[in-house]
Design a protein around this ligand. Structure first.
Ligand SMILES: [Zn+2]
Ligand SMILES: [Zn+2]
Length: 133
């Protein structure tokens, strides 16, 4: 079981199914939205017991939106209308038992850091070329 919440606690959730790896996304939208980069793992909406009211920002109208707490601003969920909620790993309570499998949109990352944690860094999506960290 994984539990999580936003910073102020107005939104909290529970997940009782096993989760896959966490994927950090370094695209400009995720950087601006989170203040650094995003790190999320997908779960089916029906497997996410969510309490509280998310606020949504249509970051790619008709294709994807970002759910956050309207009170404290925690970025909690990415949705691209595929039946999945991509839950921000940073909102999860420890221990998660999860780990990162790859970095995506690494070509767009901020110039002030690098991720040399030994997993692939894809320039864009997973089918793109790999980059040196
Ligand atoms: Zn909050
Ligand atoms: Zn992104």
């Amino acid at each position: 079981m994984i539990t999580g919440s936003c910073l102020c606690g107005a939104i909290h959730y529970r997940i009782d199914v096993p989760l896959g790896p966490v994927t950090p996304c370094h695209c400009t939208q995720c950087r601006k939205s989170t203040g650094h980069f995003s790190a999320a793992t997908p779960v089916k909406w029906e497997d996410l017991a969510l309490e509280g009211e998310l606020s949504w920002y249509d970051s790619t109208p008709g294709k994807a939106r970002r759910g956050f707490c309207g009170t404290c601003g925690s970025y909690m969920i990415w949705e691209e209308f595929d039946g999945l909620a991509y839950v921000s790993a940073g909102t999860m309570d420890n221990p998660t038992g999860l780990s990162i499998d790859a970095h995506i949109f690494y070509a767009d990352k901020g110039d002030y850091y690098r991720c040399d944690d030994g997993v692939p860094c894809y320039a864009q999506g997973r089918s793109s070329e790999e980059m040196a960290p």
